[in-house]
Design a protein around this ligand. Structure first.
Ligand SMILES: [Cu+2]
Length: 281
């Protein structure tokens, strides 16, 4: 049955192209050339986001195929040549009830898991540590209030400074470091204009608004590098304020915290320095 094999081959190809889990088309923590699906998941929230994406994709595919079939039937069976005397029917109660009720059922079936995931994303579970990210024109600044209250700027690496394996436009001089399998409460704010803190593999995207402290969370389940970008059109260097997160073991994180405390000890915002000077006088 050559037709059967042809259909199977087309279906297999379509599945490979459409399924976001397809490893060849998506990377963990960063985009890959010719990527079609979402980035691979590195957190429980992103697991759910990918599940919802695939679930809705199947529903969309079903509706599209159904509508296409109806169109083909109309074109073939009811064109002027095949069906010269058109029917004068204008109402059919059963069909009208169905095309009202079925879409409502479809929307409810999509809405229920979607609301569940929204609550999951926005209800921070008891956190192991808090990190505050501040969007500045044009870089991110990270504060670690639970680990010695140090802070540092994270600036994009220019192309000439990239080392082997560092992705262009995504690598930074000082990355955010977090321990694996720990709940991180992310507090996000803006210093001057509105930015947006986004890391696709963690399934987080939240606005950084001056004067407002937004909150989200993630639990990185695999060690490695995760990249994101500012996702709010914030100004001329909007495209050049990447987010780089390095997920490490708990021991490595403790070592990094000790080193970071020393390295960034002299850091301080102008306001802090001014206060320090005042109290010294
Ligand atoms: Cu921005």
């Amino acid at each position: 049955m050559p037709v059967f094999f042809r259909i199977t081959a087309i279906a297999a190809l379509a599945a490979a192209l459409l399924l976001p889990e397809s490893a060849a088309f998506a990377g963990l923590g960063q985009p890959t050339p010719w990527q079609i699906g979402l980035q691979e998941s590195g957190s429980p929230v992103m697991d759910d986001v990918i599940w919802l994406h695939t679930f809705v994709l199947w529903i969309i595919t079903g509706i599209t195929v159904f509508i296409l079939a109806l169109l083909v039937i109309v074109i073939v069976r009811f064109n002027a040549k095949a069906h010269p005397t058109p029917s004068r029917t204008t109402h059919n109660t059963l069909v009208e009830v169905l095309w009202t009720v079925v879409p409502v059922v479809v929307l409810v079936v999509i809405a229920l898991p979607s609301f569940r995931i929204l609550f999951f994303q926005l209800n921070t579970p008891p956190a192991d540590l808090t990190i505050k990210a501040t969007g500045v024109t044009w870089n991110w600044k990270y504060d670690y209030p639970d680990n010695g209250d140090f802070e540092f700027d994270s600036l994009m690496l220019p192309e000439k400074d990239l080392k082997l394996g560092q992705p262009r436009l995504l690598s930074v001089d000082n990355e955010m470091v977090v321990p694996v399998n720990k709940v991180v409460r992310m507090q996000v704010t803006g210093f001057d204009v509105i930015h947006s803190f986004t890391v696709p593999s963690f399934g987080i995207k939240i606005d950084a608004i001056p004067g407002r402290l937004n909150e989200t969370w993630f639990k990185a389940t695999k060690e490695g590098w995760y990249y994101g970008q500012c996702s709010e059109l914030c100004g001329k260097d909007h495209a050049f304020m990447p987010i780089a997160v390095r997920v490490v073991s708990e021991a490595e994180f403790a070592t990094w915290v000790e080193a970071a405390k020393k390295k960034f000890a002299s850091n301080g915002t102008p306001a802090n320095i001014a206060t320090a000077n005042l109290s010294a006088q």
